[in-house]
Ligand binder design. Sequence first.
Ligand SMILES: Cc1cc2nc3c(=O)[nH]c(=O)nc-3n(C[C@H](O)[C@H](O)[C@H](O)COP(=O)(O)O)c2cc1C
Length: 202
Amino acid sequence: MTKNTTDIDIGQFRKADHPIEPIFWQRWSPRAMSGAPISDAELMTMLEAARWAPSSYNSQPWRFLYAKRGSANWDTFFGLLTGGNPKWCSNAAVLIVIVARDFLDAIKAPAITHMFDAGAAWANFANQGARMGLVVHGVQGFDYAKAKAALGVPDDYTICAMVAVGRPGPLDKLESSFHEREKPNPRKPIAEWAYEGRFRAG
Ligand SMILES: Cc1cc2nc3c(=O)[nH]c(=O)nc-3n(C[C@H](O)[C@H](O)[C@H](O)COP(=O)(O)O)c2cc1C
């Protein structure tokens, strides 16, 4: 039986320097997807995980707009993708556009952290999906202005990112130009981005 690209030993590619819950280094972003659907229950479980993300003033400013492959909305969402993304997203089961409201009703002021909060929701969503054995892949390569118009996103919402969700697939589901990258990538050491005290250049 052909192996899915998720059937690899992630520990051969990644090693945490300090003890953490394994999900944090085991989640990665494959592109090979089988084209099979995911169930509504699976999607709701992932959205439920997103739901419990923390946010400033508990404002929960994120909105997840989604389209299932084969549904009436699919072509609109798929048509937003740019660059090489349509080539591998064509086998996704669900495409999502995450947007976040930029105004905080609680204090009647612009929301400074709305994209930060939406990012927390996305991380919960992605980690939950990875635990369920699904592909969950963030996408920046799409037409943001077109998304705003095509999906009727109001002016007080910022378009944050798209996400492709699907069932894992074998490497031959992926165009050859993506094969080399179809593996977990490393991370910078903590010392490069966490400083005690003041900011340090470099
Ligand atoms: C917000 C966001 C946007 C991304 N945009 C794209 C994209 O447009 N195309 C793509 O192939 N991968 C995209 N990625 C995947 C990243 O390259 C990937 O998450 C990063 O290299 C870290 O790898 P990992 O997710 O496997 O740990 C995106 C990821 C995020 C979180």
